[in-house]
Design a protein around this ligand. Structure first.
Ligand code: ADP
Ligand code: MG
Length: 340
């Protein structure tokens, strides 16, 4: 893309790459020069591919928000303070060019980056004959230790931030609308809009991740592929089991109205649907009070949904699930594969 590439990089530099904390040298040289000021680095990367992770007709604003949000969510799960990002763009030819597209993309990126004081410090821009592909690398800082997946212990309470399932319900509607395989259901325009906002613009729980780590929480993970699937990663890594109350999962008001008392809908959306980008935390009961306090200070909902149990040979699965205090079978599909 030659000439166009330089103009595009200059746009990114001037709009998103202005001086930031710890940036000695940002966009424009062969590499960025960053100063973690004696702290430790946490690094993550996520790639989004058109038609696999997003509909090709997505608004560039929302695409940028999501590409950044999914990475920040990974930093949040580690308990890191997010600082810097790098962005790789593989752009297929586009009849209308990328001028207006880029304007909208940068507005979406900036809206989320400014909330958390994140600076874009580099990246790569290439033309491709393949699908539009974005890779974001996010870098964050920690002082002591991170929250990890393999640190759940028997007796821990299992917590979830925010609410689950909105994005999955919105995806169902979006799929049906596009004549693809999904499960339709009647809902009002206002409900649809609320669900869709959660699907398109997830809120990474960065402040809470940091606060939880500061409270002494050792085990966390972000919930992106479905609560049950992601919880099972924690259980496997930690070598423990869990008991989860399906009816305790936190639902938004909109989803509560739609899911009602139907356990199948609870299983489909909050339990196994994806794209929530909430945090799952496991922590001893002694941390319940400080965690609740930290959440309240951020006006963030925090819900206890179950307990970590020791592994028992007579337990057929890593998760025992209840609905209104009765044990119920686990669904056959645990999570969501990113295929639109
Ligand atoms: P090089 O050929 O040395 O790798 P590039 O021409 O790819 O350099 O990039 C020039 C500068 O622009 C570098 O600082 C790079 O990090 C930055 N850059 C390129 N693409 C992007 C992008 N999509 N987002 C942010 N920075 C970018
Ligand atoms: Mg390059």
């Amino acid at each position: 893309m030659a000439g166009g590439e330089f103009a595009l990089i200059e746009q990114l530099r001037s709009r998103l790459g202005k001086a930031g904390k710890g940036v000695r040298l940002g966009i424009g040289d062969d590499a960025a020069w960053l100063d973690p000021a004696g702290r430790q680095l946490v690094a993550t990367m996520d790639t989004l591919v058109a038609d696999r992770h997003f509909f090709p007709d997505v608004r560039p604003y929302d695409l940028a928000w999501k590409a950044l949000a999914v990475n920040l969510s990974d930093l949040a799960a580690m308990g890191a303070e997010a600082r810097w990002c790098l962005l790789s763009l593989a752009l297929p030819p586009r009849e209308a060019g990328y001028g207006a597209w880029m304007e909208d993309f940068m507005a979406g990126w900036r809206a989320l980056a400014e909330r958390h004081d994140i600076t874009l410090v580099g990246g790569d821009t290439v033309a491709t004959d393949g699908p539009l592909t974005l890779s974001v690398t996010a870098l964050g800082l920690v002082d002591q230790s991170v929250m990890r997946r393999d640190a759940a212990r028997p007796g821990d309470m299992v917590w979830v931030t925010g609410s689950l399932g909105d994005a999955a319900a919105a995806l169902d509607l979006a799929l049906v609308e596009r004549g693809r395989e999904g499960q339709g259901f009647p809902c009002s325009a206002a409900q649809r809009e609320a669900l869709e906002a959660r699907r398109l613009r997830p809120m990474p729980r960065l402040e809470f991740g940091e606060a939880a780590a500061a409270c002494g929480v050792c085990c966390a993970m972000d919930c992106s592929d479905g609560f049950l699937a992601d919880l099972s990663h924690i259980l496997e890594a930690s070598g423990v089991h869990a008991q989860i109350a399906l009816d305790a999962l936190p639902l938004s008001r909109e989803l509560m109205d739609l899911a009602g008392e139907d356990p199948e809908r609870w299983q489909r959306w909050p339990l196994t649907g994806g794209d929530d980008y909430e945090l799952i935390l496991c922590a001893p009961p002694a941390l319940a009070a400080p965690l609740r306090q930290a959440a309240a200070a951020q006006s963030l909902r925090l819900t206890a949904v179950g307990r970590i149990l020791p592994t028992a040979l007579d337990m057929p699965a890593a998760v025992t699930m209840t609905w209104r205090d009765r044990v119920m079978p686990l669904p056959t599909t645990w999570g969501h594969v990113h295929a639109l």
